[in-house]
Design a protein. Structure first.
Length: 276
């Protein structure tokens, strides 16, 4: 879920849809919009020689898309054995129950309300399906239940909406919190330094082949926006709509409602720090 156009100097990504790494393939959902970019990236992840696969974010409740994901996995010679959710927004999770009907796979998520099956997901969990290893990385901030999945064999991380392939992410206040989001970006950056993660496989937009560069741009952008919001407040723009009109004047107005969510999160963050 994006709230702005591509950042100046942001790393350019690869093509959307199709194979991204040796173990990850994207099936693009047909739900493009200003908020979802080209659509939701549904990820099929599996060891090359395995008979089973994991699907991350089946996407919206679009039967043709869900069946296409199943058929794509079958063309690869794989059965979907597990479904994972990065978070509960409908463009990622609404189709999960129907997808479970089509595949017979359990659905695991941080939020118990989204699970189909007994197991959830949490910090430190390691998923092993058909020899595949995925490490659960809590990345709250966009939403409270946001997760990322580290795919060490491909030096990649699947980030849902925490880092996008193009543009920036909404901090969906009040569920999303800016302090949490900044901590999550720093945790992802640590993966690039300590674990050699080089690729971001996002929930929307193209794959990013410079994970550290992308996250550094996100951190710099957040710092810049926060400074702009703080300056706007000092100039007398007190309400979130007033701050949006001042700070996001160069952004497409169709994105202002999303920007307002992020501004509210920034105002809350500044208030907690005693700066607003």
């Amino acid at each position: 879920m994006t709230d702005a156009a591509a950042l100046p100097g942001q790393p350019r990504g690869g093509p959307i849809g199709g194979p991204a790494t040796a173990r990850a393939l994207c099936v693009l959902a047909p739900n493009p919009s200003p908020m979802t970019l080209d659509g939701t990236n549904t990820w099929i992840v599996a060891e090359p020689d395995a008979a089973v696969a994991v699907v991350i974010d089946p996407g919206p409740l679009d039967d043709a898309h869900l069946r296409n994901v199943v058929a794509t996995a079958e063309r690869l010679g794989k059965r979907v054995a597990l479904t994972l959710l990065t978070h509960g927004h409908p463009d990622h999770a609404e189709g999960a129950a129907r997808f479970a009907e089509l595949t017979g796979s359990p659905v695991r998520a941080l939020d118990p309300a989204l699970r189909l099956g007994e197991e959830g997901l949490g910090a430190g969990d390691v998923i092993t399906t058909g020899g595949l290893e995925l490490r659960v990385v809590p990345t709250p901030g966009h939403t409270a239940d946001s997760l990322s999945f580290h795919l060490p064999a491909d030096a990649a991380v699947l980030t849902g909406d925490t880092v996008l392939g193009r543009g920036t992410t909404v901090v969906a206040h009040p569920d999303g919190r800016l302090g949490d989001y900044l901590d999550s970006l720093r945790a992802l950056r640590s993966l690039t330094v300590d674990d050699g993660v080089s690729h971001v496989l996002p929930g929307h937009g193209p794959v990013l082949a410079d994970a550290q560069g992308a996250i550094d741009h996100y951190l710099a952008h957040r710092a810049q926006r926060l400074a702009q919001v703080e300056a706007a407040v000092r100039a007398g723009h007190r309400t979130a709509p007033e701050v949006v009109a001042h700070v996001y004047a160069d952004v497409d107005r169709t994105l202002w409602p999303a920007a307002e969510l992020s501004v509210r999160a920034q105002l809350d963050y500044l208030a907690q720090r005693g700066a607003a």
